[in-house]
Design a protein around this ligand. Structure first.
Ligand SMILES: [Zn+2]
Ligand SMILES: [Zn+2]
Length: 284
């Protein structure tokens, strides 16, 4: 059973709960481990206002709070993580990450040339015009994901196919179209060559897409390419569960042929099998 969640946000970025409240929830829900992965950093301005990122100064203070919780809580392993943004100059991202003592760095493409991919349906739809068609917009997205994986800066790719968030029943672009499948395939091949993991993210189940990120066929292909996975719920909201959808993620992983997932300590991967029992938990 998967009792780890490697993707959760706090009030340091755009989550509802403080780190302490989040950790208490994770304990209450019986998790064995959690990575706290607030958005960081945000060194340039998108065209639309976003409110999910934080400054390096605030983030460093947040890490000290997380470290204090690591010492305070028994039975729940707490990892210091970050969900970092794709920025056009990846040197900038490297600069911002330098000197941060993190266990786990997840990379996600949310913004592309000022276009915010997953903010709202209205803004998502602007991508078509901005890039001269859905195909170009989506291909640019997957190119950026491949670049992020190849940068060597991240351990896992967050919500690989988040571009489908507002695309249920292929409303805007056809996810079965050969060009879309090729874009995903090419991206997966790039990721496979790097050794970087991809994330199975359960947030899509709670979004219009009503599906895991990534889709089953992508997960099967990732398995064939021997791409390892991390698992996360992308927790933000008080009304959600920190462990939301972990059993769905596990079922999808098993169906795709996976038997294990990765966690990271001090940026080093450890493989955990689904059958690893949870530890005893206590709130000190
Ligand atoms: Zn994200
Ligand atoms: Zn997130």
């Amino acid at each position: 059973m998967i009792t780890w969640n490697l993707h959760a946000h706090t009030t340091t970025s755009d989550g509802d709960l403080s780190a302490e409240e989040l950790v208490q929830r994770a304990v209450d829900e019986g998790l064995s481990g959690i990575a706290i992965t607030d958005h960081f950093p945000f060194p340039y301005e998108p065209d639309q206002p976003v409110d999910w990122a934080t400054s390096r100064r605030v983030f460093e203070r947040h890490l000290r709070v997380v470290e204090a919780l690591q010492h305070k809580v028994d039975g729940l392993e707490i990892l210091k993580g970050a969900e970092v943004e794709y920025v056009p100059s990846l040197d900038t991202l490297a600069h911002w990450l330098r000197g941060l003592d993190l266990d786990f760095v997840m990379g996600g493409v949310h913004i592309l040339d000022g276009w915010v991919v997953d903010w709202s349906e209205e803004i998502f739809c602007q991508g078509r015009k901005r890039f001269g068609g859905w195909r170009t917009a989506i291909e640019c997205y997957y190119d950026a994901v491949g670049e992020l994986a190849e940068s060597g800066l991240v351990d896992s790719i967050a919500h690989l196919d988040v571009v489908k968030k507002y695309n249920p029943q292929s409303r805007f672009f056809d996810e079965d179209a050969p060009w879309y499948r090729r874009a995903v395939e090419h991206c997966l091949e790039r990721i496979a060559r790097t050794g970087v993991a991809i994330e199975v993210n359960t947030a899509g189940l709670r979004r219009p897409a009503a599906d895991l990120y990534p889709s089953d066929w992508i997960l099967r292909r990732a398995r064939e390419l021997e791409i390892p996975v991390t698992v996360g719920t992308d927790f933000h909201r008080t009304h959600d569960r920190v462990s939301d959808g972990l059993s769905v993620a596990e079922a999808a992983l098993r169906a795709a042929g996976y038997e294990s997932f990765l966690i990271f300590r001090a940026r080093q991967a450890e493989t955990l099998s689904f059958s690893v029992p949870s530890q005893d938990r206590a709130w000190a």
